[in-house]
Write a protein that binds this ligand. Sequence first.
Ligand SMILES: Nc1ncnc2c1ncn2[C@@H]1O[C@H](COP(=O)(O)OP(=O)(O)OP(=O)(O)O)[C@@H](O)[C@H]1O
Ligand SMILES: [Mg+2]
Length: 230
Amino acid sequence: MLEVDNLNQYYGGSHILRDVKLTVPEGKLTVLLGRNGVGKTTLLRCLMGVVQTKSGSIAWRGAPITKLPTYSRVEKGLAYVPQGRDIFPRLTVEENLLVGAASKKAPKKIPERIYELFPVLKDMRGRRGGDLSGGQQQQLAIGRALMSDPQLLILDEPTEGIQPSIIQDIGRTLRQLVEDMGMTVLLVEQYYDFAKDIADRYWVMSRGEIVAGGEGANMDADGVRALIAV
Ligand SMILES: Nc1ncnc2c1ncn2[C@@H]1O[C@H](COP(=O)(O)OP(=O)(O)OP(=O)(O)O)[C@@H](O)[C@H]1O
Ligand SMILES: [Mg+2]
């Protein structure tokens, strides 16, 4: 569904992504693991067009999207939940959700399925984003990304700084999106146990390069924990 080939990216003189090559199969949950600072977020920013890729290609359903602006990628079905969530603290929950539908021409209303996935957002729809807990903000960020009706949902470390019970909820919701709604998910993670529990496929990045990949069920056997242990 998504194919990344020989992608290279630099910040100033530092070579951050080195010939990155990976695929994200349709209807599956793919996890990208890697230690701090190896380039995971940089890769996601290239996928979304938030930064311009220096060389290499990104193909979506067989057609290149490498040069497209972010909004065109969203129109084609990609959605992004950034690291740190980027909730608008002074907007209400409902207003934050509506921001996610900004690219849609249809009337602006929150679909009931978003509130079914995250009942807490319905309860808190009139509250300011900044008043929510970290876990609730993460759920809001995912709900906001779902407002564009994506085919591929890309998430950057959604478990970072979040309490365990909400991490479990988020894991269940992501599996539900894949199994019940036919969505494809690409999840960047450092939390090994969480990743292993929900991954269909995995990739491991180290210093800007993909160094391993395989089936989620084989992550223990493949020694993935050691590859990302600090
Ligand atoms: N805007 C920037 N300008 C210069 N260097 C940057 C910039 N953003 C990131 N870097 C550097 O690029 C490298 C990769 O950063 P990136 O954020 O992609 O890593 P990451 O794998 O997402 O890390 P983390 O797990 O901490 O989120 C790091 O060495 C980082 O310091
Ligand atoms: Mg990151």
